[in-house]
Design a protein around this ligand. Structure first.
Ligand code: PLP
Length: 402
């Protein structure tokens, strides 16, 4: 990062991105989080850590991922060129493993023996179970019962990888409750256990650390596009759940003022309370699970229920760095509805031969809407955060009528 950049300074020492982020946790977690922040900083400067990360990215997870010019979808939309950063081709099928790999190597350095994580769509659980198996560590994954039903293939994958999957039956039985259970476990077992948080959210240093493990996506994509087109993209877009795949692809472009950065949230069945998960549409400032950010809450400050066809975007809060980027006007946030995401899922499959994750399809939907309004020599880069294997049954219910 350029030292003069307005963006290089975040987060500050207390983990704030502007007014967002921070560390709102029970007393018992303050010291472990401080230790984690310190150990992460040390690891970042340690050539041995960086070397292991680099080798494992290359040989185990499959980096660099390709940058693909989606020629047929581009033709179909009839405007800007659509490029896809193929994170769907990574081992285990989504960008999540960039972060799980980094955190599990870090946990091992810290002498932890036990790995826990929460998961929504199951992709983060599978990525974490995979890395725990690779490094010979015990692994427990907390998952809402409703998500276990929607994502049963991933539950089976985690179990086959040797992880224990604990069903969470509180509340809405989705991601928020799974995070609560994982935090409860961590408070109790913090001496032996590392909590691999799965997105750019939570108490400091998580949003910062998770971004650092994911920013390789944007760095690669920027270099790949410069090589191929000899210019920057006009738009970079990505779906936003907690915000890890979006911040990972945005980060390399923050100082490129000509590049529009667009995050796409889950519009669900439309922007009415309980029907969506678009925090920047109906949300307000609040604190949830360790961080200050935009939350979907009612007038009493109770967390509102959320809905999305994609379990991985179905969460009431959004990462603090996105709140900050929006506030300073560097990134914009919009949404795609369930129907728009399903349509994009179908089009990318039948026209381009790629079935994206339903989460990812929200970003694709935006690109397909925006491309026709742009010139043919302009470029949209979409972060193709994951593949759709886990979603085929859910998608078939809507898309295959016989
Ligand atoms: C988990 C997931 C997301 C949403 O999480 P972010 O942290 O916002 O990236 C998006 N796409 C895929 C494929 C996922 O598995």
């Amino acid at each position: 990062m350029n030292e003069k950049s307005a963006y290089a300074a975040v987060p500050d020492a207390s983990g704030h991105f502007g007014v967002y982020g921070g560390r709102y946790v029970p007393e018992t977690l303050v010291e472990p989080l401080e230790e984690l922040a310190k150990e992460f900083e040390k690891a970042q400067k340690d050539p041995a850590f960086q070397h292991e990360l680099l080798e494992m990215r290359r040989d185990f997870t499959g980096r660099p991922t390709p940058l693909y010019f989606a020629e047929r979808i581009t033709e179909h939309c009839g405007g800007a060129k659509i490029y896809l950063k193929r994170e769907d081709l990574l081992h285990t099928g989504a960008h999540k493993i960039n972060n799980a790999l980094g955190q599990v190597i870090l946990a091992r350095r810290m002498g932890k023996k036990r790995i826990i994580a929460e998961t929504g769509a199951g992709q983060h659980g599978v990525a974490t179970a995979t890395m725990a198996a690779r490094y010979g560590m015990e692994c427990i994954i907390y998952m809402g019962e409703e998500d276990m039903r929607r994502q049963s293939i991933n539950v089976t994958r985690m179990r086959l990888l040797g992880a224990k999957v604990v069903a969470v039956t509180a509340g809405q039985k989705t991601l928020k409750e799974a995070v609560n259970e994982a935090m409860r476990d961590w408070v109790t077992n913090v001496r032996t256990t590392h909590y691999v948080l799965g997105t750019a959210y939570g108490a400091h240093p998580y949003p910062y650390m998770v971004r650092e493990f994911h920013r390789v996506m944007g760095e690669e994509a920027r270099a790949q596009l410069m090589l191929r087109e000899e210019k920057l993209p006009d738009v970079v877009c990505a779906c936003v759940g907690g915000g890890s795949n979006a911040i990972g692809i945005f980060y390399a472009f923050l100082n490129d003022e000509s590049v529009r950065l667009v995050g796409v949230e889950a519009g669900g069945e439309g922007i009415q309370p309980g029907k969506h998960a678009a925090r920047f549409q109906g949300g307000k400032l609040g604190v949830l699970q360790g961080s200050k950010s935009f939350l979907l809450q009612n007038a009493d400050g109770q967390i509102e229920s959320t809905h999305s066809v994609s379990a991985g975007l179905d969460y009431a809060a959004v990462g603090p760095e996105h709140c900050h980027l929006r506030e300073i006007g560097r990134a914009e946030y919009t949404y795609a509805t369930d129907d728009e995401a399903l349509d994009a899922f179908s089009k990318l499959g039948t026209i381009e031969g790629i079935l994206p994750a339903l989460e990812t399809a929200h970003g694709v939907a935006y690109a397909m809407k925006e491309a026709p309004k742009m010139k043919k020599d302009q470029i949209i880069l979409v972060n193709l955060s994951g593949r759709g294997d886990k979603d085929v049954n859910e998608a078939a219910k809507f898309l295959l009528k016989d």
